[in-house]
Design a protein around this ligand. Sequence first.
Ligand code: DAK
Length: 257
Amino acid sequence: MADPIVLVERDGRVGVVTMNRPKQLNALSGELMDALVATLREFDSDPDTRAIVLGGGERAFAAGADIGELSAGTPVTLYESGHLERWEAIRAVRTPIVAAVSGFCLGGGCELAMLCDLIVASETAKFGQPEINLGVLPGAGGTQRLTRAVGKAVAMDMILTGRMLSAREALAHGLVARVVAREAWLAEAKRVAGEIAAKGPVAVHLAKEAIDAAFEVPLSAGVELERKSFFLARASEDADEGLKAFLEKRKPDFTGR
Ligand code: DAK
């Protein structure tokens, strides 16, 4: 039997999804994207899963969209295949997703990592948007999310020349949250996800939503959303528990209510 195209495991309250097309450096074929969307949605609808790790292999997180499929498809078949909706479905996941990146993280792979909520990178990671070398440009948000993450100068440099950033450069430019030793990338991503999973899910979901809104709305509207989200979180049982636990000098036990 063929190996599954994504590997799925659970580590306590953390769902772990691993892309598994190693021979093609996890090129994001339609089949791989469909499997990713289905798995992420399943974890997202499970209240016992409070954070997700999305990873690839040691050599590549993902080397981009599947170039064979891109070249075989016409613009119309690509548009009609539901390709665009898959990216939107991943963006819509409410559970925080930690991208665990080792090796190549290119093109659609980099866009996928940027769709996640934070990136933990191995010191071996290489980030790039090399679509320009193929005569195209990023198509899944790269020109927008990369520019918001690293600023215009570095985004122009990467997207117009195809230059890759090392993990350290990506950290310095604000694209990734943490860089760790080669052997620690996956364990560290799971540890970070485990830390998030131990917090109150209501506050976590509201905080994720408010941070994402910072890229969509003016400051005053974002601050207003934050204020309302604060009071909504304060109305949760988890806030009662968190505040009480602090005063009682014990660890809180959040239930997600
Ligand atoms: N697609 C298909 N196969 C790929 C691939 C890819 N993106 N990247 C690598 N592979 C395959 C190679 O063909 C090779 O297969 P075999 O020849 O062994 O059968 C195998 O993986 C190993 O690759 P290499 O032999 O090339 O390995 P190297 O170490 O020499 O080089 C590399 C590694 C990552 C530098 C190189 O493979 C490379 O440059 N890969 C292509 C990177 C790239 O250009 N990525 C951008 C693809 S375009 C959209 C959404 C998304 C997108 C567009 C629109 N919409 C929603 C509208 C996204 C577009 C893209 O990502």
